[in-house]
Design a binder for this molecule. Structure first.
Ligand code: ADE
Length: 266
């Protein structure tokens, strides 16, 4: 997986991605990270990237030109030749008709809500370009030309798209084959079946007087599986009842949930 990030703060991305699992995966060559500083593509003396918003409104907007030029330089490395800013939108589309348009994930509160399913879809790409806005966002004209996937990580507003892009890259990276040592953990975790993950315990057996649930020490595989399933169902019902509507539940699951409801009515 090759990540490319168009940003005003490349160091922020590099520093964070170099840690832990993503850092190790980069060392192994399973992931690569190419950060492009949008400010390097300004054509004015003061390297200004933002300006006032037409029609009024608070704050500043990132201008179309440096974003387009940064993107143009990046895709030229992928063999796509785009016109300079004296060209037209039609010429840009013509260039994409000749060579596959790369996927551009625009981090924005005005986007589709990011999900595990989306992470799985992104993880199949060879190249992913992230576009991080700052200030009040980016001039719509360049977004129309280049963005394929506007993505929001949650119903709240951040100061910029950098943190959001790292959230998406992190979630996608752990689905890239070889990045996690234990492939099974990517399957049993929360959301993979529209259920939250069950609680887990490690040594010691007793911590501050609290013992690990005995079934987990029983060595009885089927009982452990049943306990985990029930704990997943209980947690999902408690914290994310919306997920239960989509989850594929067995008759046994439904009976269990009905029992939970009966024992602890709201
Ligand atoms: N930029 C600002 N807020 C955001 C959010 N919630 N998701 C993605 N990008 C953002």
């Amino acid at each position: 997986m090759n990540y490319h990030v168009l940003t005003l703060f490349p160091d922020m991305i590099r520093d964070c991605m170099n840690y832990s699992i993503t850092g190790k995966a980069m060392e192994k060559g399973l992931l690569s990270l190419n950060c492009v500083n949008i400010r390097d593509y300004t054509r004015n003396k003061h390297q200004k990237v933002d300006d006032y918003i037409y029609g009024g409104g608070a704050g500043l907007l990132m201008q179309a030109e440096p974003v387009y030029l940064a993107y143009r330089a990046l895709v030229s490395q992928m063999g796509i030749t785009l016109p300079d800013t004296d060209g037209t939108k039609e010429e840009v589309y013509e260039a994409f008709a000749k060579k596959k348009k790369p996927r551009v994930v625009m981090m924005t509160p005005v986007g589709k809500l990011f999900t595990q399913k989306m992470a799985e879809d992104f993880s199949k790409e060879e190249d992913l370009i992230f576009l991080c806005g700052h200030y009040e966002g980016i001039d719509e004209r360049v977004l129309e030309m280049i963005v394929t996937d506007p993505v929001c990580i949650g119903d709240y507003v951040l100061t910029g798209g950098e943190l959001a892009s790292m959230v998406v890259m992190d979630a996608v990276s752990r689905l890239v084959p070889g990045v996690l040592h234990n492939e099974e953990s990517a399957q049993t975790e929360s959301f993979s079946e529209d259920l939250l993950e069950f609680p887990q315990y490690s040594r010691p057996e007793v911590f501050m007087g609290e013992a690990v649930p005995p079934v987990l020490l029983s060595g009885h595989h089927a009982n452990v599986e049943q306990w985990r399933r029930e704990e997943s169902l209980k947690r999902t019902k408690k914290y994310r009842p919306d997920l239960l509507e989509k989850a594929s539940l067995t008759r046994k699951d439904e009976l269990f949930l009905a029992q939970v409801e009966k024992n602890s009515p709201l």
